[in-house]
Design a protein. Structure first.
Length: 309
């Protein structure tokens, strides 16, 4: 007897709803991430609008020297790397802490209310957030100077002229805005843990803290590794709004707020050279990709089960 061949229409019929569900996300990545890859060659050209993009002259790696030909190269690279490392480390810790606290709420209503409140800051645009920060830090009528420092008899601070305060301010603002949203994945992972494991630990006399240390955190490790690996891919990219809009583009703060993205934007607003902009984007992407491969290789060597690929 000959085996019946399965009709190709049947598997398609089963997966069609999933494909339709995934279509918006796939379309987004195609338009914003994959199609622009065809323009990588612009980074190696001296773009002349009269000749067109394809007819412009090839100049090799000259566009890449734009990033390193000034004394600001070390400052912007240092700031971009250190800020992102702090954001990844503290963001992960705070997000996990929030997720654990949320999972301990017995009332589903309270849990949803608190989760909604924590996610709301992520929906605020950086322009609005910069105005909120300005309302707090304005030297003349800001809340901090006017309502806190002045009544206490402490010297008022011109926040937008003092670079030393901004590393702390930017970290606090970033955590306030993103930690709640970042905790959603960890909260979902905790919700997926078998409750019988906690019940068994409780019977054996383990308290809440011990349950978190011995059960929750070890089972969250794969999720943490995957999210950290994905974050490492963007370690050479910075949130443009956070470093440009929030400090109000104050020149006095460039030593602590200048990143690769803001430097390229400020320079290209004057030079209007898209070849240099493309070179900066390619540099960030290649280094980020190399870092993902490196960190994944380290994870694979230490614990192959938790590696991304």
């Amino acid at each position: 007897m000959t085996a019946r061949r399965k009709s190709p229409a049947k598997p398609l019929k089963k997966t069609l709803p999933l494909l339709i569900l995934a279509a918006p996300g796939l379309l987004y990545f195609l338009i914003n991430s994959y199609f622009p890859m065809f323009g990588v060659f612009i980074a190696f050209k001296d773009v002349n609008y009269a000749k067109g993009i394809f007819g412009s002259d090839w100049i090799g790696l000259k566009n890449f020297t734009f990033l390193f030909q000034t004394s600001d190269a070390w400052i912007m690279t240092r700031n971009t790397l250190l800020y992102n490392l702090v954001f990844i480390a503290l963001g992960t810790v705070v997000s996990i802490l929030i997720a654990i606290l949320m999972s301990e709420l017995l009332s589903k209503l309270y849990s949803k209310l608190f989760m909604t409140g924590l996610i709301l800051p992520n929906l605020i645009s950086m322009i609005v957030l910069s105005l909120l920060v300005f309302a707090f830090l304005n030297a003349d009528s800001g809340f901090v100077n006017h309502s806190i420092l002045r009544p206490l008899g402490l010297p008022e601070i011109n926040w937008y002229s003092e670079p030393k305060y901004w590393p702390y301010l930017l970290v606090i603002i970033q955590l306030w805005k993103t930690a709640g949203y970042g905790s959603i994945v960890y909260f979902a992972s905790i919700a997926g843990i078998d409750k019988s494991i906690y019940e068994s630990a409780k019977i054996d006399g383990a308290g809440k803290l011990k349950q978190i240390r011995m059960i929750t955190l070890p089972l969250l490790k794969p999720t943490v590794i995957v999210l950290v690996l994905m974050s490492m891919g963007r370690i050479f990219n910075s949130d443009f709004g956070l470093f440009y809009q929030v400090p109000m583009n104050s020149g006095a703060l460039f030593s602590t707020t200048q990143t690769i993205d803001t430097y390229v934007y400020r320079a290209l607003m004057q030079l209007n050279d898209i070849g240099m902009s493309a070179a900066a984007g390619l540099y960030q992407s290649v280094v980020g990709f190399a870092l993902v491969l490196t960190v994944n290789a380290i994870v694979k060597k230490v614990n192959p089960e938790n590696a991304l690929f």
